[in-house]
Design a protein around this ligand. Structure first.
Ligand code: KIV
Ligand code: NA
Length: 271
């Protein structure tokens, strides 16, 4: 398993960090078998697995439930679990308890939180307690209502300055890496000049130290919205549909089950 100290080394030697989301045992197992560097149990879970319209509905219990399954599927991969909507903006000692619950129960290697602002002392407390934290800047899906939808961030001078301030704040409290979602490539490059921790991009261009994509997006699995920054590398949705259709047809025609799938009573001796 990669350790936190390995990621800056990878970044420094231009060995791109590959991060993929996973939400259950088989997705985690496949990700581990292909040696991805990090698995994220993202709260994108809400959309791609649970069928919600956003990440708002996802609960701490959901994250623990799926985080545990991912850990069982990928016991030897660095796993990060998202803290879901509303779970890290209260009293920082309450949040610490929630974070400890998620961290202990899932056996994750780190937790991820979106944004900075008033959560900065909370992030600091979590790190001091021994929970590695990954930051998440740029587009923050949990803030979509405040941000006017799912929009590219950092397109104005003000927006870039905000990102610069946030990077400094997160680095100062000791996050080990930062995800940058939906920012212009030029802004990502500009931020890299001040970054002292690895950057993981999603819709942030090719220069980031690593990339992250959602499992279901990479494999074209399911029927959720596909963003511009996604590339579908295979189409298991199509394969799955084909399998279901063949199964249905075989049952209807009586071709399935065949003799080899069937059991018989044992013949009695002497008969
Ligand atoms: O929930 C998620 O999948 C994420 C990644 C897209 C970064 O936060
Ligand atoms: Na997320």
């Amino acid at each position: 398993m990669k350790r936190i100290i390995d990621f800056p080394k990878m970044a420094n030697s231009n060995d791109k960090i590959v991060m993929l989301t996973a939400y259950d045992y088989p997705s985690a197992k496949l990700a581990e078998e292909q040696n991805v560097d990090m698995i994220l149990v993202g709260d994108s879970l809400g959309m791609v697995v649970l069928g919600y319209d956003s990440t708002i509905e996802v609960t701490v219990a959901d994250m623990i439930h799926h985080g545990k399954a991912v850990r069982r599927g990928a016991p030897n991969t660095f796993v990060i679990v998202d803290m879901p909507f509303g779970s890290y903006h209260g009293d920082r000692y309450d949040v610490l308890k929630t974070a400890v619950d998620i961290f202990q129960q899932t056996g994750a290697n780190a937790l991820k939180v979106e944004g900075v602002g008033t959560t900065l002392p909370t992030i600091k407390l979590m790190i001091e307690a021994g929970i590695p934290v990954m930051g998440h800047l740029g587009l923050q899906p949990q803030q979509a209502a405040n941000m006017g939808g799912y929009k590219v961030q950092g397109r104005t001078e003000e927006g870039v300055q905000k990102l610069i301030d946030e990077v400094h704040q997160l680095q100062d409290v000791g996050v080990f890496a930062i995800v940058f979602e939906c920012i212009p490539t030029e802004v990502m490059t500009q931020l890299q000049a001040i970054l002292t921790v690895p950057s993981i991009g999603i819709g942030a261009g090719p220069t980031a130290d690593g990339q992250v994509l959602v499992y279901h997006d990479v494999l074209a699995y399911g029927s959720h919205h596909i963003a511009k920054f996604v590339k579908q590398f295979s189409n298991i949705g199509k394969e799955a549909a084909k399998g279901i259709q063949l199964y249905k047809d075989a049952v209807k025609t009586g071709d399935f089950p065949a003799e080899i799938h069937s059991f018989h009573l044992k013949k009695e001796a002497g008969k």
